[in-house]
Design a protein around this ligand. Structure first.
Ligand code: ARG
Ligand code: ZN
Length: 809
């Protein structure tokens, strides 16, 4: 045992242990830390009245000296002592093996986790919390005690999370044969949390936003997200905890895989097509943007300054797409074989993405995933171009697919990827001439032949289900797209066609506006295609109304911005509004009819039918509000007043918030007082105002920053106002006068002193500056330069993002 102080030399962040040839030894460390002053929310900190931990990626070293790397695994025994009255609840990982009273009103609890684990999975919670309890019987007959904790006031909002947990446990047994391995599973919800949630062994810690729900406080999207995140953290018990990462470069090994698993789970719980559309929308908006700028990185990054900066959309969402490609290439059964082998080989160890790839290959007769490795090595979004030629005499159809990936910082040229392209060919009668199959594109260009194609030139349906994370360029005409929108047998591609139609129209309109020309009228084919969707919204019970709602939803501004050679966010915003308004005018009667038909006063229920009804109704309302006139105000005000659930209330308020007149302020006031201080509801109140499209949005935000309920210390609150503005209100953030940029840079500097992780995320809002037209480019660069001048005063987290943003391609 090393005890003499002379054996230890503590130097700043490192500790040197005098070797002295002593062989094995026990090291005792004693540290004094101040959780109340830990605003970084990494390590051991205080949230509300409770103490908790967040150790991934490198928070454990903020608690004590340790070999804080994911490949160093140990069995943890934890003893917690505290004041019993203030902190009656004492939790850690694994099983509770002892409790008792101590003098002076104190008590203790001892916990033992039988599974060796890296320190990033360590957790402690101490507080005065309420809970709900349930049990789950595993297939092999073991009873698991499930308990979810929150502040006492919120115990009525835990039921949905509990149901989600039980569904997740069942699903992982059914689909992957994976059972839970401890006798208890605890989840604690805390209000101050940097990310969504954390999979600590046997003791998940969650951001309240991903746990708490009741109809009056949570939207349908919140309900769905809670189910997904509860599942995600639960699935980590195998993909992450039982088999973990050898080093942090392998983060996607557990995150990409676990996101894929939670996506599959959500698809099985509701509609697979709807879930796929939602995931692709997010991927295209966020990940494609990341991949196109100076922060582009492969799903397995090559270097990092602060690991926390690499919990990115690329590592998570593109990582999940890469896992999905194995699944597409191997089929459900082959993928399952690969998973079984992966767990069989690596249970209890810390491994790499190569080990995963090898398991997938070895379990499937040595299927060649050599070239597939490039997905782990090369950054950037490949562009796939498709050209089809029909030979009427020979009745053959040839499809030429070519790929190209633009250079990214540090990777000027790229090698071809191994890309699964799922295709089908449709006859003019809407029947499949060639049913879905997966083509493997491996070369820069390849031609695939289809024979015996009767009935004239077919319409190709390409990249079905979005079978690879690429941008697809085709020769499709408006007629082809309208045809696919109506007839494609792949429901994802029906939606995709609607998005392509809309995006072509919006980009053309934007260009006209930039050149100060009158935009071309919308193609009648497009209007008719949208009319058909609305008609379907009226007739049948059998159509999934969420699919219709998404078909009517125009592509996101950030996605469209990525399609522009020179980014002009305000013109784009106007162009998108123009198209939306034109559709609203042309189809006003239809929008109204569907809206009225679906505007039913029925008890709130969270199921795909009801979610779809609300979603479609509210999309119609948003179209009807594009007129920005008295009718719009009346419609949205009435919807707001009549709303009986948060979904409808937020949808109406979001419309109202961008409309002229004083009604919005009355409604916002009412929403605020109805919130009665509920933090998650107040977050929505801040966000709605941050997202408003008003001439004085920035002034309103300046006022809100001084509001007593605003706080830089709570990441949810800060992101609700400032994050929402910078990332999702493009027209206002990029306002011509540059005030949006100054505001956001001010906020980066202010929050950086408290919480570098949150500041670094926000600083990312400037990273695409080079792609904007010159005046915005200069103004954004000016703010990045300003952040750089802070020099040593800047956290390493924020420094990394800012300096990377300034790198040239
Ligand atoms: N492993 C957690 C999850 O996937 C996220 C942890 C993020 N931590 C961080 N420091 N960024 O749910
Ligand atoms: Zn995760």
């Amino acid at each position: 045992m090393l005890t003499a102080e002379s054996d230890l030399l503590v130097l700043g962040k490192t500790i040197d242990i005098a070797s002295g040839g002593k062989g094995d030894f026990t090291l005792q460390t004693k540290v004094l830390i101040k959780p109340e002053a830990n605003f970084e929310l990494s390590g051991f900190y205080k949230s509300g009245s409770a103490y908790c931990t967040q150790c991934e990626a490198e928070g454990f070293r903020r608690i004590t000296y340790y070999l804080d790397r994911p490949d160093v695994m140990a069995r943890f025994k934890v003893r917690i002592e505290a004041d019993k009255a203030k902190l009656p609840l004492l939790l850690s990982n694994g099983n509770k093996v002892g409790t008792g009273e101590l003098p002076g009103g104190r008590h203790f609890a001892e916990w033992e986790d039988p599974f060796p684990k890296p320190s990033y999975l360590f957790a402690v919670v101490a507080g005065d919390l309420g809970s709900i309890v349930d049990t789950y019987k595993t297939t092999s007959g073991r009873d698991v005690r499930l308990e979810i904790f929150s502040e006492h006031d919120n115990v009525d909002k835990l039921e949905h999370a509990m149901m989600s947990l039980k569904k997740s446990m069942k699903w992982d047994e059914d689909v992957y044969g994976l059972e839970y391995d401890l006798d208890i599973y605890n989840i604690v919800a805390v209000n101050d949390f940097n990310m969504g949630a954390m999979e600590n062994k046997g003791l998940n810690v969650f951001n309240t936003a991903f746990v708490l729900a009741k109809p009056e406080t949570a939207t349908d999207t919140d309900y769905e997200r809670i189910e997904g995140v509860i599942a995600h953290e639960y699935f980590h018990n195998w993909s992450g905890n039982r088999v973990t990462c050898q080093d942090w470069f392998q983060l996607t090994l557990k995150e990409g895989l676990t996101v894929f698993r939670d996506q599959q789970f959500s698809a099985d719980m509701g509609s697979a097509a709807v879930k796929r559309i939602e995931d692709v929308r997010v991927l295209r908006a966020r990940q494609f943007a990341e991949d196109s700028g100076p922060r582009a990185h492969a799903i397995r990054p090559e270097s990092y300054m602060k690991m926390d900066n690499f919990y990115t959309s690329t590592v998570y969402e593109k990582g999940a797409e890469v896992i999905r490609m194995y699944h597409t290439l191997l089929g459900t059964e082959g993928f399952r074989k690969g998973m079984d082998l992966y767990f069989e080989r690596h249970d209890g160890s810390a491994v790499t993405c190569d080990d995963f790839r090898a398991a997938m290959s070895d379990a499937n007769g040595g299927k060649d995933f050599g070239q597939f490795e490039r997905w782990y090595l090369q950054a950037g979004t490949p562009v796939v171009e498709a050209k089809g030629v029909y030979d009427a005499a020979k009745k053959t159809y040839s499809l030429t697919l070519s790929q190209h990936t633009a250079g990214t910082v540090g990777q000027p040229s790229k090698l071809p990827f191994h890309i699964p392209v799922r295709v089908g060919l449709l006859g003019r009668d809407g029947k499949e001439v060639v049913s879905s199959q997966v083509l493997e594109l491996k070369e820069a260009s390849q031609t695939f032949y289809f024979e015996g194609i009767e009935g004239g030139e077919p319409v190709p349906s390409l990249l079905r289900g979005f079978s690879a994370p690429v941008r697809l360029k085709t020769q499709q005409t408006e007629e082809d797209l309208a045809f696919l929108m109506a007839h494609d047998t792949d429901s994802f591609n029906r939606w995709e066609a609607s998005q392509k139609l809309a995006s072509q129209a919006i980009l053309a309109t934007t260009e006209a506006l930039t050149e100060e020309k009158t935009p071309e009228p919308l193609a009648p084919t497009m209007i008719e295609a949208f009319r058909a969707v609305l008609k379907a919204g009226l007739d049948s019970e059998s159509v999934d109304k969420s699919l219709l709602a998404y078909a009517l939803s125009l592509p996101e501004e950030l996605t469209l911005l990525g399609e522009m050679d020179v980014m002009r966010p305000v013109d784009l915003h106007k162009g998108r509004d123009h198209v939306k308004k034109t559709l609203a005018v042309a189809l006003k009667a239809e929008f109204l009819k569907v809206y009225k038909a679906l505007d039913q006063d029925v008890p709130y229920a969270v199921n795909p039918e009801e979610i779809g009804r609300r979603r479609l109704k509210n999309v119609c309302m948003s179209y009807l509000c594009t007129s920005k006139d008295k009718d719009a105000v009346a419609l949205a005000s009435s919807a707001f007043k009549r709303a009986t659930c948060m979904t409808d209330s937020i949808a109406a308020l979001a419309c109202l918030a961008s409309l002229p007149g004083s009604e919005k302020d009355e409604a916002l006031q009412m929403f605020y007082s109805n919130a009665k201080g509920d933090p998650l509801v107040l977050n929505k109140w801040f966000s709605i105002q941050a997202l408003a499209d008003l001439p004085d949005t920035i002034d309103r935000i300046q006022v809100l920053i001084k509001h007593p309920d605003f706080s830089m210390k709570n990441p949810n609150r800060f992101r609700a106002l400032i994050g929402a503005f910078a990332n999702s209100n493009l027209a206002q953030f990029h306002a011509e006068d540059g005030r949006g940029y100054v505001l956001v840079a001010d906020m980066v500097l202010a929050v950086d002193k408290l919480n570098p992780q949150v500041a670094a995320r926000l600083a990312g809002a400037f990273s695409l500056w080079r792609k904007f037209e010159s005046s915005r480019r200069n103004m954004m660069k000016e703010q990045l330069d300003r952040l750089m001048t802070v020099g040593d005063g800047l956290s390493r987290d924020t420094y990394e993002i800012v300096s990377q943003s300034l790198l040239s391609a």
